[in-house]
Design a protein around this ligand. Structure first.
Ligand code: C2E
Ligand code: CA
Ligand code: CA
Ligand code: CA
Length: 278
């Protein structure tokens, strides 16, 4: 009946309003999060598959609230939608550089730190100058920063991005292609870009041992990348079997829970101390 339909509509309308309200509350909290210093970086080590040594760190942002640690999937999309990611993303780059400097002052040498960069940030015309200005405030730290960028994002504005990447490269910044294999993979554009490494998406790595198609994809990506002089990093490695297969396929590095999840800076400091005394 019309009455029933109406009641149903009202129910949906109320649900929708609740969702909109929830989003507004979240947005408001996010606007204050930077000032209240609620964002923190965790770091996940990257391991060299031939030496078994930690050869890099990836910075992964978390939001510390009264309700606990909020994972990026819950707030990065809203930061992007509102443009707040531009400021928060730059904060992440500066914080990573500060952590490197703090470790250095304690006599600890940290491997390069990779920071994730969203498409909204790269499209911003102030992105490259802003990154360079952060780097200029750490004049003793020449090759400490890497940026991880997803492949779909690069293709969107290829010519612009080639220019931007070269300006960053001139400043010693290395660039990795993140989540490789999930977008319209085309290695042809790689030769035009000053890219240093490809990161094979976790979905291929987790299915690799059960699915020969995925093994072939992983193996092909590694060979093609090497033919273009790129390093290959496997994401989301959780088992020794995966490590063994990746080593067999000549993959260069891996990241994953098997070695370590992302951890707070203090844990990295402990790891670096242990490393410098052995
Ligand atoms: P991503 O860059 O692909 O990061 C890898 C994600 O996989 C991380 O999730 C990491 O914790 C998780 N991971 C690592 N090893 C394993 C494993 O062995 N098994 C499983 N199941 N997961 C593993 P996280 O930290 O929740 O980050 C999710 C995404 O949020 C990142 O994906 C990245 O796209 C985005 N993100 C994180 N920090 C930042 C940031 O500072 N800026 C921007 N723009 N994006 C960020
Ligand atoms: Ca990443
Ligand atoms: Ca990734
Ligand atoms: Ca991802």
């Amino acid at each position: 009946s019309a009455k029933q339909a109406n009641a149903k509509y009202l129910f949906y309308a109320r649900e929708m309003n609740a969702l909109v309200a929830e989003k507004l509350i979240l947005e408001n909290r996010l606007r204050q999060a930077l000032d209240k210093q609620e964002f923190i970086l965790h770091y996940q080590p990257k391991i060299n598959l031939s030496s078994d040594e930690v050869c890099g760190l990836e910075a992964l942002i978390r939001w510390q609230t009264q309700d606990g640690l909020v994972p990026p999937i819950k707030f990065i999309p809203l930061l992007e939608e509102t443009g707040m990611i531009i400021e928060v993303g730059l904060w992440a780059i500066r914080k990573a550089m500060e952590d490197r400097q703090a470790w250095k002052e304690k006599g600890l040498i940290s491997p390069p730190i990779a920071v994730n960069v969203s498409s909204v940030q790269i499209k911003d015309k102030n992105f490259v100058p802003a990154v360079i200005s952060v780097l200029d405030s750490f004049p003793d730290d020449k090759a400490g920063l890497e940026l991880e960028i997803t492949e779909t994002l690069i293709m969107e504005n290829l010519d612009d991005n080639i220019k931007k990447f070269y300006e960053l490269k001139d400043k010693g910044v290395r660039i990795s292609i993140d989540d490789f294999g999930t977008g319209y993979s085309s290695l042809s554009y790689m030769s035009k870009l000053p890219v240093n490494a490809l990161k094979i998406d976790r979905s291929f790595i987790s299915d690799m041992l059960d699915n020969p198609d995925d093994t072939n994809i992983v193996s092909t990506i590694i060979m093609l990348a090497h033919s273009l002089n790129l390093k290959v990093i496997a994401e989301g490695v959780e088992t020794t079997e995966q490590v063994n297969l990746l080593r067999l396929l000549k993959c260069d590095q891996f990241q994953g829970y098997l070695f370590s999840p992302p951890v707070p800076p203090l844990d990295i400091e402990t790891m670096l101390k242990a490393r410098s005394t052995t």
